[in-house]
Design a protein around this ligand. Structure first.
Ligand SMILES: [Mg+2]
Length: 267
């Protein structure tokens, strides 16, 4: 009587082991059949425990993702990055920091009884307006191969959708009474489609500063000069937000927020 449960338990343990071994063998065979290029680390899969097998499968996934990214061009990689969690976090963090700067400035202005009108300056492309539908067509190219005339044609469609976090931060600033100024590297000849694009998505603002047609100066010089003009009108620029360092350098703002963009670089 006393021995029966013990031997039954032993039989169950044996059956368990057989099932586990069969699973490991099947999984090992499956892994080896996946690809002839599986790294050597996966070769002894047949001898792995279930937890080791899980870890190995995870590594295999990482390896496959890594290989896929390695085969992409720089623009392809940048586009993939723009859909990553890291990009989203970096973008949302910058906008959250911008909001904090707005809140601090409002508290400070109230305390000092400073009557200046506070303002936010924002870039447009890849800061507020999402041009990825155009760049998706360049995913197999290098940055130097981007057709910027075709990019201008895309801008003329007025179809660039707003990037959520910046849109929300600007709406928040406006709800708190701050003025919104856009300073963009887009040429003056794109003023009408740019305004149409902003109207299409209900984006409210107080001024749009654009690069003069044919102007070749660095974006950083041009943008800093426009911020100075805004200050000279009596505004205090609380936040300046952009996806390029050239949007932000040159002063004339209490706080700067840099957004991620690996697709292209502007001096
Ligand atoms: Mg930009």
């Amino acid at each position: 009587m006393a021995e029966y449960p013990v031997s039954r338990a032993a039989r169950l343990r044996r059956a368990d082991k057989i099932v586990n071994l069969a699973l490991i063998l099947a999984a090992g065979t499956f892994i080896q059949g996946l690809s002839p290029q599986i790294p050597p680390i996966f070769a002894p899969a047949l001898a792995m425990s279930a937890s080791e097998l899980d870890a190995a499968l995870k590594k295999l996934d990482e390896h496959s993702e890594h290989k896929e990214v390695q085969t992409l061009t720089p623009i392809g990689k940048a586009l993939a990055f723009s859909h990553s969690k890291q990009y989203q976090q970096s973008f949302s963090q910058a906008c959250a920091d911008g909001r904090k700067a707005i809140d601090n400035a409002l508290v400070q202005a109230a305390r000092l009884k400073d009557g200046s009108t506070l303002a936010v300056v924002s870039d447009l492309d890849e800061t507020l307006l999402d041009n990825r539908p155009f760049f998706d067509g360049c995913a197999d190219k290098e940055e130097s191969q981007i057709n910027w005339d075709a990019f201008e044609d895309w801008q003329k469609t007025c179809d660039a959708r707003p990037l959520k976090y910046t849109e929300e931060m600007l709406a928040y600033a406006r709800s708190k009474g701050l003025a919104i100024f856009f300073i963009t590297g887009r040429m003056e000849r794109l003023r009408r489609p740019t305004i149409e694009n902003l109207i299409k998505y209900g984006i409210a603002y107080d001024g749009l500063y654009m690069r003069a047609n044919g102007d070749q100066q660095n974006a950083s010089t041009m943008k800093a000069a426009y911020r100075k003009q805004i200050e000279d009108m009596g505004f205090k620029i609380v936040v300046n937000i952009g996806d390029q360092y050239s949007d932000l350098s040159g002063g004339h703002s209490l706080d700067c927020e840099k957004l991620p963009n690996k697709i292209y670089f502007i001096r």
